[in-house]
Ligand binder design. Structure first.
Ligand SMILES: Nc1nc2c(ncn2[C@@H]2O[C@H](COP(=O)(O)OP(=O)(O)OP(=O)(O)O)[C@@H](O)[C@H]2O)c(=O)[nH]1
Ligand SMILES: [Mg+2]
Length: 330
């Protein structure tokens, strides 16, 4: 049974490595659901990863992220690249993310652009692992670059800055105080700042505010923290998209020259491993519902302390014979 499944997965993997989109989609589902095959999949794909430029695009709801991603994907396709889009909606209660997928597809992106949406499954760490998993699969399948759209930053489940080589933060004129958002942490993650909806009033002012903010921010520009470039776009008209793509390319080139590109990838892998460990703990911990109640009862009766209970549970979580419950992937 398991052997048959593994053989089927291996066939899919060979097709994926030839760039087959259907096989790619199915392998992403297996990784996203953390099927038992995930280990087999990673053994095969991981040596083939590391080539794709991972570009995170984030910003407040409605900033124009999807419209920009759409325009970028088209331009990249025109430049003989093979872009793929991963859209993450941490708040959507719709599993499978059909809603997001439809929303993007409505914009009639050519079918050569691979699109995947991810919705939260309410699992701590699960979404981050699923997002990076999808990126790894797409990377191995030869897609490059990967455009990863997420809402918000800082407090969201997927802090895209941890997973991306280049992070683009998108702001709008008039939509609240842009500089307030920058102070609230976006600046820490932005490699490139986009002022989208530059056809609206106040775009010039927002750019000026941003530039003033950048000039006077604490610490100024350092090698560690270079000043992000600011790009104006009108995503609905495709204006500024070539400039944005150029800014992204030069960010990567600068990072590579300084060695920060590789450093960032190492940190990103640390983040990923930490996420996986946390997720595994949560999954295994979920097995101990009844034992947890029993332990709590003992603690209540003062036969144990919360600390001895924690140690008991921890040793059981680490017991290799206790297999984590898997969500079965189709
Ligand atoms: N006038 C104007 N409208 C824009 C521009 N870019 C996007 N829009 C519009 O803004 C609305 C939101 O655009 P989306 O691309 O869906 O924004 P988003 O950031 O992906 O939104 P969420 O994924 O819901 O957070 C749509 O109605 C777009 O047509 C722009 O440059 N100018
Ligand atoms: Mg969107």
């Amino acid at each position: 049974m398991t052997e048959g499944r593994t053989t089927a997965t291996r066939t899919l993997l060979e097709r994926l490595l030839e760039g087959d989109a259907l096989a790619t989609a199915r392998i992403i589902s297996l990784v996203e659901n953390r099927s038992d095959e995930t280990g087999v999949i990673y053994d095969r794909i991981f040596p083939e990863t590391g080539r794709a430029h991972r570009i995170g695009l984030t910003g407040p709801p409605g900033a124009g992220k999807s419209t920009l991603v759409d325009g970028m994907a088209r331009a990249l396709l025109g430049a003989e690249r093979r872009p793929a889009v991963v859209a993450v909606d941490p708040t959507s209660p719709f599993t499978g993310g059909a809603l997001l997928g439809d929303r993007i597809r409505m914009r009639h992106l050519p079918p050569e652009v691979f699109i995947r949406s991810m919705a939260s499954r309410g699992k701590f760490g699960g979404l981050a692992a699923a997002t990076v998993g999808a990126c790894d699969v797409l990377d191995a399948a030869g897609f490059d670059p990967l455009l990863i759209e997420t809402v918000g930053v800082g407090q969201s489940e997927v802090d895209i800055a941890d997973a991306a080589d280049t992070t683009v933060v998108i702001l709008n004129p008039g939509a609240g105080d842009g500089v307030q958002l920058l102070k609230a942490g976006m600046m820490e993650v932005a490699d490139i700042l986009v002022v989208n909806k530059a056809d609206h009033d106040g775009a010039d002012r927002l750019v000026e505010e941003i530039e003033a903010f950048l000039e006077f921010r604490e610490g100024g520009s350092t090698d560690e923290r270079p000043v992000p470039s600011v790009v104006r776009t009108v995503a609905t008209e495709g204006k500024g998209i070539p400039d944005l793509l150029k800014a992204i390319e030069s960010h990567r080139a600068r990072q590579e020259r300084s060695g920060r590109f590789e450093d960032r990838r190492r940190r990103s892998l640390e983040w990923m491993i930490r996420n996986l460990v946390t997720e595994e703990f949560h999954q295994r911990g979920g097995l101990f519902g009844e034992e947890l109640s029993e332990l709590a009862e003992k603690v209540y009766r003062r036969e144990e302390t919360p600390y001895t209970a924690m140690q008991t549970l921890l040793s059981r979580v680490l017991d290799p014979d206790r297999r984590p419950r898997r969500r079965n992937a189709k």
